[in-house]
Design a binder for this molecule. Structure first.
Ligand code: ADP
Ligand code: MG
Length: 379
């Protein structure tokens, strides 16, 4: 298929920070951008040429998106997969509705990970009110202590209940009242992620591995390069590429892994889009993950993913803002020549809300981490 070149119109479903960074990347390259987003004041629409202000599932808006855009992508996995499938009759859509459908349901996601020959945490797929009835307490104990995760619509640790006993698991499943996976709690040495850009069978690229630390179920910092043996990093990258191949994926795919005590890699989950743990690429790689999203949807070769410097990304949640919504004191951070602040333009700071991030570039990951922590302490 012929590559889509500037100044073609590109479409994105979703107007959050990922949509904003996509829009900026596309606009910088000379493309025009249409955003479909119901919020009249979204982070992405501020930069877009056209804002279709309508619900994500709005048929007329989807039709307009499909008819006016040379290609369409998404910034979030909970977009209606059928809407993506329907759009593909009108324009180029990546990732495909089928791939989005896999990523938005933990049960099919885990089945696909296994299909690709990759390991997941031991889990039970639970669908229907009496899904646990057939399991003895002893059988359930193989997955305990565990985490009950809703199959759909979970993010940033939401929709998750930690359970220790069979009785707790049964109660929690009854209370959630929706399809879930019961996943065995693993002892994690580290969490890492690899982000793949895949255009076709022969054309894919993977970014350097990020080491991720979470706070309260939300990503707190990403450290790059991940402080692991090079062989482990290569293994994770190869696994992420294999998963993208198995899915026949087109676009940017993030793969989260657990690293166990013996350096076993276990796939945690995937996201069919650029990822919070890939924001380091904005300042530290030859090509960033949003440029890759543009390139993949346009059928261009993935850009080079070479890491130019060690880097640490720190997420800035609404918690850093004053209780009355007042801005943190940015002065020290803004004066640091090797740090870059990135704010998403959200009007209201709420606890746990992703408001921005900053990247710190230094000679080593350890040095970047130390400085990043010191800078965060000044806010
Ligand atoms: P989300 O969609 O909210 O990111 P995840 O499945 O990635 O959901 O879980 C969020 C975090 O919870 C993980 O990054 C990890 O720190 C922890 N976690 C999730 N599953 C397990 C598990 N099986 N064992 C240990 N920790 C886990
Ligand atoms: Mg996760």
């Amino acid at each position: 298929m012929a590559a889509i070149l500037p100044p073609a119109m590109l479409g994105i479903i979703g107007g959050g920070q990922l949509g904003r960074m996509f829009t900026v990347a596309a606009k910088t390259m000379g493309y025009r951008v249409t955003v479909l987003e119901p919020d009249p004041l979204s982070p992405a629409a501020e930069f877009a040429d056209v804002h279709l202000c309508a619900p994500y599932g709005d048929e007329a808006a989807l039709k307009a998106l499909g008819e006016t855009c040379a290609a369409v992508t998404t910034e979030f996995e909970n977009v209606d997969a059928n809407a993506m499938r329907a759009l593909s009759a009108l324009t180029r859509v990546s990732p495909s509705g089928d791939c989005v459908a896999v990523a938005q349901d933990r049960i099919s996601e885990k089945a696909w990970i296994a299909k690709a020959g990759l390991p997941t945490a031991p889990y039970l797929a639970l669908e229907g009110a009496d899904a646990l009835a057939g399991f003895s307490d002893e059988a359930l104990s193989a997955y305990l202590p565990g985490i009950l995760k809703t199959a759909r619509l979970g993010y940033d640790g939401k929709g998750q209940v930690r359970v220790k006993t069979p009785a707790e698991a049964r109660d929690a499943y009854g209370e959630l009242g929706v399809a879930c996976v019961l996943e065995k709690m693993l002892e994690l040495k580290l969490e890492v992620s690899a982000i793949v850009t895949r255009v076709s069978d022969a054309q894919s690229a993977v970014f350097p591995l990020a080491e991720n630390r979470h706070e309260g179920g939300i990503l707190d910092v990403s450290i790059v390069p991940a402080r692991v043996a090079p062989a482990l990093a290569e293994r994770a990258q190869a696994m992420a590429l294999a998963l993208a191949d198995a899915l026949g994926y087109v676009g940017v795919l993030a793969v989260e892994f657990f690293v166990l005590a013996d350096d076993t890699l276990v796939v945690n989950e995937i996201a069919p889009r650029p990822h919070n743990s890939g924001h380091y690429t904005l300042t530290a790689c030859v090509t960033d993950q949003f440029q890759q999203q543009v390139r993949a949807m346009c059928g261009l070769l993935p850009g080079k993913t070479t890491l130019l410097t060690s880097v640490v990304m720190v997420n800035l949640l609404g918690d850093v803002w004053q209780d009355d919504g007042g801005e943190p004191d940015w002065s020290v951070l803004m004066e640091a020549p090797n740090a870059q602040l990135h704010l998403y333009g959200k009007r209201e700071a709420r606890k746990g809300r992703k408001m921005g991030h900053f990247n710190v570039m230094a000679d080593s990951a350890d040095a970047a981490l130390e400085q990043a922590q010191a800078l965060k302490d000044t806010l």
